[in-house]
Design a binder for this molecule. Structure first.
Ligand code: BGC
Length: 721
């Protein structure tokens, strides 16, 4: 409906006819007329403020790209957090077994189990249970929320039917979809940064959410393990990629909104430490926090100010399902207050925040009848108002303006991500089929929203390029994706893995540390009894604490035995090992291994986080072999250097001619000793040392000796001159 129509006298007449008590009262009629004009002007202002013409969506797409780059450069570089998901490899199709998934997102909580049958059978069976999250839990304590999750899971697990099989001796594993901004610290741990979507649970922000769930599962007696912690976008990407290799981006448009995509690791400057072997990783953009260039209305600002997170999640507040209905309600209340829309008094029900929900405005927009009957009854049921046809039309105009802005901005956001990917890998996004997996009720159930989104994508990319970009509703959602990621990262492979070993004195000074998983420096400095989702097992020997970090479910006694064995071996070499032995032998290098003796012993015992050998005798024998090599090497090096010293002295005392004749002799000796050393390495140490080390050492010996020969010759030449 146009503004002209809303200001037409016919509208005024309708008002008068609905309120018979005002009939024949010119003053009231005049007031009504001016009020009706006011409704029109509020609507026009709303439409103008919400408008998203081409330059606006172009700007949003470009800013999104720029913010992504800034967020990848450094943490806090932009509003977009660009969180590393630690998902470096996506499901291949080979995943097999029974896996569980938990999905805590917007309004619902879902528990799901899936039986995976590998490439041939794929998803053999699934079952799920869905509950809406009780309002009080959204504002309660962390324990209450996680106990609710764990007890629902316990009840669900009890109903596991024969379609599902867990191999003997294996623990049930969970992919945990937690749809809030989490700073991941590994694939199975992450710290909650803040709540969004109206949640305000106390005691969780700043904590590892997997640890919270583990504690709750322990309280509820649930014997399961979280193998993957994922955002819902990441779960959606994994789930969609399982079926289609062209999926590179996933977007959630539901209660909240977010997007993730597959990024090249060399395009992530803030990524420190070891890079993934695939050269790719999934980045969770947390685009809900984006804000640059978004057209806002007075109603958005008021809603933001009244929210539990003012000034935050602006993109989310303008495009996602939690807020669209509320923005429309605020606009209608303003029209009712200032323009007497719906009569002289503002209906009470309409004044209640969030009384009008996005599904309501969606349902109203689907009403194609002439008298807009469905619109009328929804307004009656949810807002307690009786409405005329023209009022219903105004309501639809309000909804449309807000939904159009939401859909178009979401489309611009998607283009922002795609163009960033295209810029970094020319032709691999726009010139071929690229799939954006989409999930969330807003996208799924709101046809107008979907078509506004698609329009913006086409406008920005052009009709040709946009044909290659397929926005596809992901059928399985994030649940199966999370279960697949649990399978990919199955902890059973790591069941006995030691995360790190630490030796500290009574003052807490670290005397030896070896980490078998990547940790940030700050984390290395902060070791608690329970570290992430693992536990630290320690034992004190005199003034030294020996600590091992292992999985929370591992057997403590087995690891206490390991510590004892390590101490016994150290004792063997240092007779009654004490702190000083560690300090001195920590810095003393063994020549052949270029490593400290204590580390050498440790490497014979634990390698890559796994226990290599439990026989004290075997370890001592191997250490003996290494020591022999060390002695042999030292003797020969001494021998070789003494040849050169003699030759150098000779050269200093002789004439130039003589020194020239000595040069071949020195080279010959050098060669002999080199061959000897090389021979020893090949014959004695092949099974003990790795080939790379041998070559590195032989080459450095080579260079060292060759330098001595050159020095000698230069010296001789100088003398001769
Ligand atoms: C959260 C995201 C989540 C999105 C969709 C947002 O409020 O911050 O982590 O992916 O909602 O559920």
């Amino acid at each position: 409906m146009s503004v002209a129509a809303t200001t037409s006298p016919a509208v005024g007449t309708l008002y008068v006819s609905r309120f018979p008590w005002s009939r024949g009262m010119p003053r009231v009629t005049m007031a009504l007329r001016s009020n009706v004009v006011s409704v029109g002007s509020i609507l026009t202002k709303l439409q103008q403020d919400c408008a998203t013409p081409f330059p606006v969506i172009r700007h949003v797409a470009d800013s999104m790209t720029a913010d992504m780059r800034a967020g990848l450069a450094v943490d806090g570089g932009s509003n977009l957090k660009m969180i590393l998901s630690y998902v470096d490899s996506l499901p291949s199709g080979n995943e097999k077994g029974l896996f569980y998934a938990l999905d805590l997102g917007g309004t619902n909580f879902r528990a799901l189990r899936v039986q995976l049958g590998g490439k041939e059978e794929r998803v053999v069976a699934t079952e799920f249970e869905q509950l809406s999250i009780p309002q009080e839990l959204m504002f309660g304590t962390s324990e209450e929320l996680f106990d609710f999750i764990a007890s629902t899971l316990a009840g669900f697990a009890e109903k596991e039917s024969e379609k599902f099989h867990l191999p003997h001796g294996r623990q049930r594993e969970i992919g945990f979809t937690f749809s809030f901004p989490v700073k991941q610290t590994s694939i199975d741990s992450g710290i909650l940064m803040k709540w969004t979507k109206g949640f305000a649970v106390s005691g969780t922000a700043g904590r590892d959410v997997v640890a919270c769930l583990n504690e709750a599962m322990e309280r509820q007696g649930v014997d399961m393990r979280v193998s993957a912690l994922v955002n819902d976008t990441v779960g959606t990407l994994a789930g969609a990629r399982y079926w289609d290799d062209d999926v590179l981006v996933a977007v959630i448009l539901g209660t909240g909104t977010n997007a993730c995509y597959v990024e090249r690791t060399d395009c992530i400057p803030k990524l420190q430490g070891p890079k993934s072997s695939s050269g790719r990783t999934i980045i969770n953009t947390e685009w809900g926090a984006f804000s640059d260039g978004i057209p806002l209305t007075a109603f958005d600002r008021d809603m933001d100010a009244a929210s539990i997170n003012p000034g935050e999640q602006i993109f989310e507040k303008t495009i996602s399902g939690m807020y669209l209905g509320e923005i429309a309600r605020r606009a209608l209340v303003s029209m009712a207050e200032e323009g007497s829309l719906f009569g002289m008094a503002v209906p009470n029900k309409l004044s209640t925040p969030f009384a009008l929900r996005t599904p309501d405005i969606c349902a109203m927009q689907q009403d194609k009848s002439d008298d807009l009957q469905a619109v009328g009854s929804i307004l009656h049921n949810v807002a307690g108002v009786e409405s005329s046809l023209s009022e219903r039309r105004i309501v639809l105009e309000v909804c449309d303006a807000i939904v159009k802005r939401g859909g178009r901005l979401a489309g611009a956001g998607i283009v922002g991500i795609l163009q960033k990917m295209e810029q970094d890998s020319k032709g691999t996004i726009f010139n071929k089929r690229t799939v954006v997996a989409m999930d969330g009720g807003l996208y799924e159930h709101y046809p107008q929203y979907r078509s506004y989104l698609q329009d913006a994508v086409t406008e920005l990319l052009g009709s040709e390029t946009s044909k290659n970009i397929v926005i596809e509703h992901s059928k399985d959602g994030s649940g199966i994706g999370a279960a697949l990621l649990a399978a990919t990262n199955s902890n059973n492979r790591l069941a006995m893995m030691i995360r790190f070993i630490l030796l500290q004195n009574r003052q807490g000074k670290t005397r030896l540390a070896k980490y078998y998983v990547p940790l940030e420096d700050s984390e290395k400095h902060k070791v608690e009894y329970e570290f992430r989702t693992h536990k630290v097992i320690y034992r004190r020997y005199a003034g030294l604490f020996f600590a091992l970090c292992v999985d929370i479910t591992d057997n403590e006694l087995a690891y206490l035995e390991c510590i004892h064995l390590f101490v016994e071996i150290l004792d063997h070499f240092f007779s009654n090992v004490c702190e000083l032995d560690l300090v001195f032998n920590f810095h003393k290098l063994c020549l052949i291994s270029v490593s400290s003796k204590v580390y050498l012993i440790l490497d014979e015992f634990i390698l890559a986080g796994e226990l290599q050998e439990t026989s004290k005798r075997a370890i001592i024998e191997r250490m003996g072999e290494l020591e022999k090599l060390d002695c042999y090497f030292l003797t020969h090096l001494k021998q070789a250097s003494s040849y050169f010293v003699i030759l150098q002295i000779l050269a200093r005392n002789c004439f130039f001619n003589l020194s020239i004749s000595i040069a071949p002799v020195s080279l010959c000796l050098y060669g002999v000793s080199l061959c000897e050393i090389f021979g020893v390495f090949i014959s004695c140490s092949y099974d003990i040392m790795d080939v790379y080390k041998q070559f590195a050492i032989v080459i450095s010996c080579n260079l060292l000796l060759f330098q001595i020969v050159l020095l000698f010759q230069v010296d001789a030449k100088n003398l001769g001159a």
